[in-house]
Ligand binder design. Sequence first.
Ligand SMILES: CC(C)(COP(=O)(O)OP(=O)(O)OC[C@H]1O[C@@H](n2cnc3c(N)ncnc32)[C@H](O)[C@@H]1OP(=O)(O)O)[C@@H](O)C(=O)NCCC(=O)NCCS
Length: 225
Amino acid sequence: MEKVVIFGTSAGAALSHFCLTHDSPHEVVAFTVDRSYIKEEQFCGLPVIPFEEIESIYPPHDHKMLVALLANRVNKTRAEKYHQAKAKGYELISYISSKAITWPDLVVGDNCFIGEGSICRPFLKICNDVMIMAGAFLGHDSVIKDHCFIASRATLLGAVTVEPYCCIGANATILDGVTVAGACVIGAGAVIQENTREKGVYKVGPPTLLPLPSDRLENILFRGR
Ligand SMILES: CC(C)(COP(=O)(O)OP(=O)(O)OC[C@H]1O[C@@H](n2cnc3c(N)ncnc32)[C@H](O)[C@@H]1OP(=O)(O)O)[C@@H](O)C(=O)NCCC(=O)NCCS
């Protein structure tokens, strides 16, 4: 079994530990974060080691690493740790859930996470340090460039390009052939029909609260059933 150290002690780290443990040939042996971020000596029952000294305790010649941070600072924190881990000599692993749907031509870089139920269609390229949560739909001929975060149930239709450092929110839909410019935040549920503006934030408005109680709809809901 390949031994892996996970960078992080938050939700993404716990999720990665769980998935690697139950669904990969990797053995997670420790967690690491910057010394100033250590709150407990252990996380998920494993030691938490200061990143500053990780290579002296779990050296890169016989340990790999996964930087399991989510989208904090529009993916910049994860990207910084990605580069620092590589500079220390660590090979960064990628996890592809056995419950994702993939084809043999799928290209995936290092430090990627592809959650269960994701659909990776043919001719798809996922570059480095891309986090894809459960159930994302990644269309044919699409390219997701470095340091992106794709939330659950996000949909990229065919031939979509996602430039680096983007966050695509849950249930967002990107239409065919659209390019999402660098460092965009696409809000949950947004439908993006044309190329976006770099560093743009696209947010869908809140649902409307109608001025009536739901029992007024008793005869309206499920019409025709
Ligand atoms: C798009 C999204 C990120 C916006 O976040 P938000 O917290 O709802 O945003 P807010 O409405 O609080 O606005 C953020 C900022 O923009 C500002 N803003 C909002 N609407 C504005 C407007 N029309 N004009 C100018 N500024 C505006 C707000 O004032 C706020 O600034 P502040 O922090 O300085 O007060 C969020 O709605 C979203 O969709 N997140 C994705 C969630 C998701 O899918 N998670 C997946 C987890 S797996």
